[in-house]
Design a protein around this ligand. Structure first.
Ligand code: SF4
Ligand code: SF4
Length: 84
């Protein structure tokens, strides 16, 4: 599935949604397990120094946040109530 979506985005870049994932971030609880990175169907989460960074485009499928075993992924401004 991941490889299929990578090919789809490469072939049809306009179907991608750049910028939608810019508000994803992980809290200090993140232990760098990489599960979000492995689960993202578009392969656009990058692990840098053991922490995930969202580089878009994004399907907004929320798989990354759902798969995090310690609920360390948030969406929105770090100090806002607009978080999931
Ligand atoms: S919401 Fe889905 S597509 Fe977007 S970064 Fe998370 S897993 Fe990847
Ligand atoms: S799944 Fe959660 S704990 Fe694991 S790297 Fe991603 S944010 Fe960090």
């Amino acid at each position: 599935m991941r490889e299929f979506l990578k090919k789809l985005f490469k072939r049809h870049p306009r179907r991608s949604l750049p910028g939608l994932d810019m508000k994803f971030y992980c809290t200090d609880k993140c232990d760098g397990c990489g599960e979000c990175y492995r689960r993202c169907p578009t392969g656009h989460i990058k692990m840098v120094d053991g922490r995930p960074f969202w580089k878009g485009p994004c399907l907004m499928c929320a798989a990354c946040s759902q798969v995090c075993p310690i609920d360390a992924i948030r969406y929105g401004k770090p100090d806002s109530e607009n978080q999931v």
